[in-house]
Design a protein around this ligand. Structure first.
Ligand SMILES: [Zn+2]
Length: 118
């Protein structure tokens, strides 16, 4: 087993054991502000970069318009199974709390926009 360290804005959110077959770390890049706002580091392995907006920016410049800003969880149509690092079953509790916060904020934004459109 290897250790995966989850960081959001340089704050350690939790550590989980992952199979030694995991061969990459992950970095989450916001195209709007240029920040690497989250990282999942596995034993110092090279990082795969995901373009996902941070929680402060809407996904206007992101590759995937359905991204929830600030979320590590994402459905990738080109990948039939969810990536291990973003599988909700392996996320540390600190990341789950973060996910609740950013998904709740996105839902409130969506409801606010729907009320303005009505
Ligand atoms: Zn940003």
């Amino acid at each position: 087993m290897s250790k995966a360290l989850y960081f959001i804005h340089d704050q350690l959110m939790g550590v989980v054991d992952v199979p030694s077959l995991v061969y990459e770390s992950h970095a989450f890049f916001c195209a709007s502000c240029g920040d690497i706002w989250a990282r999942i580091i596995v034993d110092g392995r090279l990082s795969y970069c995901h373009q996902v907006p941070c929680e402060a920016h809407l996904p206007q410049f992101a590759a995937e318009w359905t991204d929830v800003p600030g979320s590590l969880i994402r459905y990738l149509p080109q990948v039939p199974v969810m990536d291990w690092a973003r599988d909700i079953q392996v996320l540390p509790i600190g990341v789950l709390h973060w996910e609740f916060k950013v998904h709740n904020a996105a839902l409130q934004r969506q409801q606010h926009e729907e009320m303005q459109d009505a």
